[in-house]
Design a protein around this ligand. Sequence first.
Ligand SMILES: Cc1cn([C@H]2C[C@H](O)[C@@H](COP(=O)(O)OP(=O)(O)O[C@H]3O[C@@H](C)C(=O)[C@@H](O)[C@H]3O)O2)c(=O)[nH]c1=O
Length: 184
Amino acid sequence: METTTFPISGPLLLRPKRIEDSRGFFSETYNERLFREALGDVRFVQDNQSLSTQAGTIRGLHFQSPPAEQGKLVRVLRGAVFDVAVDIRRGSPTYGKFVSATLSAENWTQLWVPAGFAHGFCTLEPDSEVLYKVTSYYSRGHDLGLAWDDPELDIPWPVAPGRAVLSDKDHAHPMLRDLPAYFS
Ligand SMILES: Cc1cn([C@H]2C[C@H](O)[C@@H](COP(=O)(O)OP(=O)(O)O[C@H]3O[C@@H](C)C(=O)[C@@H](O)[C@H]3O)O2)c(=O)[nH]c1=O
């Protein structure tokens, strides 16, 4: 498995081996031993899958607050997304900075988003399906967000702001400057 780090500590890009033959390919998309070598002592308790029918759909930026904080291992089954993780660890030297990567069914890349990061993505193709493993169960009371279009974050979303497809919830998240210190 290929592992790539970012200038921000925590997130990782992972690319499991794909074994191709005349039928197509085979791949261990999750192997606890190999992923624990890369990610440390993580335990996944829930798998989530979403389908976004339109290109330019933005979901995010989301996180769960402690004690329900989640690490997320994100990959794409169909289509492609521009995936983003924003550092919201208040004491971090990279607080408010983000990492991003294109994840696609084609490039077979997964993004590890540790707890302490707000996560979101923008679909690059119609009918993009995202599958991600999380380290804590969903908790509605801890499910929080950060404004995807906060100018302070300056994220180069691959869609014109007026054309992004969003949930009602994602129109209403606070800006970084108004975000309480959930993570130290
Ligand atoms: C996240 C989640 C949502 N739900 C419910 C709540 C709601 O009725 C419906 C849709 O939820 P949302 O609108 O929050 O779905 P969505 O906007 O896709 O939320 C997801 O976005 C990406 C970027 C993430 O990082 C995820 O952790 C998650 O927050 O599904 C669950 O039952 N379990 C879950 O784990």
